[in-house]
Design a binder for this molecule. Sequence first.
Ligand code: BYC
Length: 322
Amino acid sequence: MKDALTATDPRETAFEEHVSADGQVEPKDWMPEAYRKTLVRQISQHAHSEIIGMQPEGNWITRAPSLRRKVALIAKVQDEAGHGLYLYSAAETLGASRDDMVDALLEGKAKYSSIFNYPTPTWADIGAIGWLVDGAAITNQVPLCRTSYGPYARAMVRVCKEESFHQRQGYEIMLQLARGTDAQKKMAQEALNRWWWPCLMMFGPPDHDSPNSARSMAWKIKRHSNDELRQRFVDQTVPQAEFLGLSIPDPDLKWNEERGHYDFGTPPWDEFMEVVKGNGPCNRQRLNARRKAHDDGAWVREAALAHAEKRRERAEAASQAA
Ligand code: BYC
């Protein structure tokens, strides 16, 4: 990959200047191949995360404790399917094929967010996902509304609006449990204990171990580094946990007056590496469920193709008759 400073192709120089001046890039604009590839990588991983991310919560739809909770959860999981579809479409504007992206996921070759490989043993886990996982997703995705690639930025605007409803429904579940019986409060605390560190690791490896960050930030695909966003998440979440009366499971968590931020402990990065390699608690289960859903949906794809073919034939016959 050519570095921005040594770019000699005038189109590349113009591209770098455009992006540096906060210009947006649209599908038909010229772009360096490495920029296109980086975007396809990030956007397709993001799409896969939304699609796999339906599973940990989807398996609670039949067990939601009231009709109101069930309706909200169904809507949330449907929103995630929609987010996956906008994102696959955004990647398609870069020339990526949807079939190739889906095959890569089903074959276990594509990455998706580590967070969705953890189990949801209790109803409080659904609260914790909404509060923490969607909270982390918002922290990461609000800056992506200003990412340099137009279709990705526009998809993020709608995604973030929906994520903020998801986050509030999760926090409301936690609030109710935290103000409930001792057993409910214990369930909420245990869910927070399970999700805290995996959520901090959602932001990706530390900056010094993040091979893609420097290039993606120079191209304004990423607007903030992994560590900056992780810190922002900790700073905004600690007061929310205090309001719930729950404790964050980190003995090193402490307000640092001088920095104006919370200091916090080191996430278990060995665990992160294992989860990303496919050895997390639920990786196999998640991929198998996705493969089964894909196979079960074969008839829908066939029916849609047959319908499209019929419409094409009818339109052709009508144009010949005219
Ligand atoms: N899990 O150089 P780095 C959601 C990979 S959806 C797995 O820092 P980058 C939600 C990374 O891909 C959540 N892998 O990478 C959905 C790279 O591998 P490759 C998803 C991870 O791209 C439903 C390698 O590690 N959000 O929130 O500069 C319900 C080195 O990392 C992870 C997005 O996708 C991880 N956590 O930065 C509720 C947002 N972290 O490709 C919620 C968009 C890193 O070199 N994506 N890796 O083999 C991003 O902002 C960036 O891609 C990341 C990583 C910050 C995630």
